[in-house]
Design a binder for this molecule. Structure first.
Ligand code: GDP
Ligand code: CA
Length: 305
């Protein structure tokens, strides 16, 4: 079955691992690039790399990001030289970023460069950045500051309360080649349990994406919120500070314009009625992916819905 999945970081990557086991090369992942940044002279693409490392089987599962058993000699050395080194980029992770940057400088697009790098790392699924154009997520905090995404997320440990999120460059950005075709051709589109504001919204806000999803008969979202909370990261706090409500049904409401079925965790069956009131079919499944087996079981269940 041809499956397309929209994803950001770790929550998305875990479901992609299960989907890749079940569908192999019939899986296309469309990945957020709003978190990208220029750091240490290289193009850092945190979500693309998290997804790639998980799909290649080399991710650091404890941390969620980076490569397992990676070392941090380079950033440590930079710090000793007086550089600001709050972004902890591992040595092998740095190599990925450097290889990508060299390809971009040689004139490749981001999707060409990441296509080559994911192949070389042994990823079976097709991984597409959402756009080859620069889109940069900007966070406005409740104390009136405008932060670049990595300043908010990593330097300030996503502690500041978020008052607004915007995407610099979004209006002129096109979906990467293949994105709209993959969505239109997919038998099933899955919105992974990623942060709705930081990971999914940048993708669905690109021109043509929401319309293509709305026209698609089978778009299934998996809730990133379980029992009112995010398993990691700021999604639950952002739902409140951005006035979207609370709980899994609040996420369903954000997706109501283009989502046909919404998967809540089995522990959140009580939210099903609120989801169905939005005109979205609610399904309850075990969604906590504590290991590869759990990811595969969730992926198989989604394909059987
Ligand atoms: P980030 O960039 O690493 O924050 O990752 P994402 O945007 O992909 O995902 C963040 C969301 O993933 C959080 O809201 C988490 O609650 C959710 N998440 C992480 N692991 C799981 C899981 O195993 N199951 C579900 N349902 N959600 C998860
Ligand atoms: Ca992310």
């Amino acid at each position: 079955m041809k499956v397309v999945a929209l994803a950001g970081g770790v929550g998305g990557a875990k479901l992609l691992v299960g989907l890749q086991s079940v569908t192999g090369s019939d899986l296309t992942a469309i990945v957020n690039t709003g978190d990208d940044a220029e750091l240490y002279g290289v193009h850092v693409s945190p979500d693309l790399d998290i997804v790639t490392y998980w799909l290649a089987g080399i991710a650091d599962h404890e941390r969620g990001w980076g490569i397992e058993a990676d070392t941090f000699d380079l950033v440590d050395a930079l710090e000793r030289l007086g550089e600001d080194a709050w972004f902890r980029l591992g040595d092998r992770d740095f190599a990925t970023c450097l290889a990508r940057t060299r390809r971009l400088r040689a004139g490749m697009t981001l999707s060409e460069a990441s296509g080559e790098l994911t192949r070389r790392l042994g990823v079976i699924a097709r991984v597409l950045p959402m756009s080859d154009d620069s889109v940069r997520t900007v966070i406005e905090t409740s104390d009136g500051r405008r932060l670049e995404f990595q300043e908010y997320f990593v330097k300030e440990h996503n502690r500041p309360e978020v008052a607004a999120v915007s995407f610099d460059g979004l209006e002129d950005a096109k979906p990467a080649p293949g994105v709209l075709d993959a969505l239109a051709d997919a038998e099933l589109v899955i919105l992974c349990p990623s942060n709705p504001f930081l990971s999914i919204a940048p993708i669905t806000s690109l021109m043509g994406v929401e319309e293509t999803l709305a026209a698609h008969p089978r778009v299934i979202a998996v809730s990133p919120i379980v029992r009112g909370a995010a398993l990691r990261g700021p999604a639950d706090r952002m739902l409140r500070s951005l006035g979207a409500g609370a709980g899994a049904a609040a996420v369903a409401r954000l997706y109501a314009g283009f989502c046909d079925e919404f998967v809540v965790d089995v522990s959140d069956r009580a939210e099903s009625a609120a989801v169905e009131e939005l005109g979205i079919k609610a399904v309850a499944l075990p969604t906590i992916m504590s290991d590869r087996g759990a990811s595969e079981r969730l992926a198989s269940s989604l394909l059987e819905l």
